[in-house]
Design a protein around this ligand. Structure first.
Ligand code: UD1
Ligand code: CA
Length: 459
């Protein structure tokens, strides 16, 4: 098997982002720019990826972790110099190396695969991914001879007036034969307007050695969009957002208003789920089949099983099991596990709690740090008083319990199976199995008190 490697250049500073963060760590649709590039090379079957880091190297390494190898470029002396820093990883190997930039998140696996295929089929030494742009300003231009063969790439700043009129541009992405790239990298110099070692110069050097260089022009020039500032960041976000939504729709998800739905890259959604407008689904979220999400729900890093409804609600880092209904206006906070066929109604907040199957928490309730059994009913206005001013305490409610309206459960406290608690009680002690607890003052009625005291309110 031939070896396919990728080198992703990410040492540059990205000044135009006006950011404290490394440019390649800015996110679109929940994923960093460089991760989008990585995902595409991975999808094209790359065996090994080297990221050339420099500016904010530690941050990039921390974000990417050990799924890639790293080369370090101390000073940004140009794209050719950057590739030289990764040389130790491909030296002496057979096969191809792809070179891409960490700031081009729209490139697809399909385009990369197609480039590698054409590169191999034509026995090229290098194959450049190019695009035809109405406004090619700023990009390197592909200079071809009268027979349409690639001659060289000339940088915008070094181009003649004639060359500046060329509309075919260099995307900055290439497939190189490893051995041929190795041969010519050492021959690069920095005699140009920027005093940089241009990777683009390898093309002319290869051709002068009689080696073959090809080009693959992308059909959709969006694919080569490089992100330099926040305006381009938002453009990329829009394009990727649409791509993600289109994919889900093609897989059987109904999205009522794609213009008003935001789904991150790593979200999976089952067939026949309907997403209503204003929904934002982020992080590593998994949604099953036949769910109803929205309108206006935000779900982050959660697992939502089959048949669940999440209406006008927020669910964070939690798991919701089959056929459960959440909302409208519920807030499920991190670390919660909500069982099957549960009902969590309006203005209910659940924090770091386990709720058993078929339990109903229908309105105006707070449940924090609690374990609630199956088939429990928590009445309107129940509050689990989990915080004593110093620390959080746990509450446990068994199966089949009935907790009346406006009950306070002062944690730590335990309510055993099948118990009832009268409305308005403040529970401080354990409630035994099968019992009723009433913890409130008895009602006192003073007959004729109003008339005797002359307190009748006249209209
Ligand atoms: C480069 C190409 C140009 C192409 C354009 C496409 C060269 C000389 N020119 O120009 O033909 O049209 O990309 O966007 O290659 N980087 C490093 N170390 C360096 C220099 C750059 O890691 O020393 C990285 C940057 O972080 C960036 C990428 O390489 O991710 C491209 O560098 P940049 O300076 O933006 O290249 P351009 O001038 O845009
Ligand atoms: Ca440059």
């Amino acid at each position: 098997m031939e070896h396919l490697m990728a080198v992703i250049l990410a040492a540059g500073e990205g000044k135009r982002m006006k950011s404290k963060k490394s440019k390649v760590l800015h996110k679109v649709c929940g994923m960093t720019l460089i991760d989008w590039v990585y995902k595409s090379v991975k999808g094209a079957g790359v065996d090994e990826t080297v990221v050339v880091v420099g500016h904010k190297a530690e941050d990039v390494k921390e974000s990417m972790g050990d799924k890639v190898l790293y080369a370090y470029q101390d000073k940004q002396l140009g794209t050719g110099h950057a590739v030289m820093q990764a040389k130790e990883y491909f030296e002496g190997k057979e096969g191809e190396v792809l070179v891409l930039c960490g700031d081009t998140p729209l490139i697809t696996s399909e385009t990369i695969s197609k480039t590698v295929e054409i590169h191999r089929k034509n026995n090229n030494s290098a194959t450049i991914i190019t695009a035809e742009l109405e406004n090619p300003a700023g990009y390197g231009r592909i200079v071809r001879d009268e027979n349409n063969n690639v001659l060289k790439i000339v940088e915008d700043r070094d181009a003649t007036e004639d060359e500046k009129n060329i509309k075919e541009i260099n995307s900055g992405m290439y497939c190189f034969n490893i051995k041929d790239l190795e041969r010519v990298l050492g021959e690069l110099d920095n005699n140009n307007s920027q005093g940089e070692y241009y990777l683009t110069d390898t093309i002319e050097i290869l051709i002068k050695k009689g080696l073959k260089v090809g080009a693959v022009k992308v059909d959709d020039s969006d694919e080569i969009l490089g992100i330099n500032d926040r305006v381009q960041l938002s453009m990329a976000n829009e394009i990727l957002r649409k791509r993600i939504l289109t994919n889900h729709m093609k897989n059987g998800v109904t999205i009522i208003d794609p213009g008003n739905t935001y789904i991150d890259a790593d979200v999976s959604i089952g067939m026949d789920t309907v997403i209503y407008p204003g929904s934002i689904i982020e992080g590593q979220t998994e949604i099953g089949e036949d769910c109803i999400i929205g309108p206006s729900s935000r779900i982050v890093g959660s697992k939502i099983s089959k048949g669940v409804e999440v209406k006008n609600s927020v669910v964070l880092e939690s798991s919701i099991e089959e056929d459960t209904s959440i909302g409208p206006f519920a807030y499920i906070r991190p670390g919660s596990v909500i069982g099957k066929k549960v009902k969590i109604g309006d203005f209910v907040e659940i924090k770091k709690s386990v709720i058993g199957d078929r339990t109903k928490i229908s309105h105006l309730t707070y449940v924090g740090d609690a374990e609630v059994g199956t088939n429990v009913n928590l009445g309107c206005g129940v509050v689990v008083v989990n915080y004593d001013g110093k620390k959080k305490n746990k509450t446990k409610i068994g199966d089949n319990c009935f907790v009346g309206c406006n009950v306070n459960l002062i944690s730590p406290v335990e309510v055993k199976n099948n118990a009832y608690i009268a409305a308005g009680s403040t529970i401080t002690d354990e409630v035994p199995e099968n019992s009723l607890a009433i913890a409130r003052a008895r009602q006192v009625v003073k007959e004729e008190w109003v008339t005797k005291k002359g307190m009748l309110r006249k209209d």
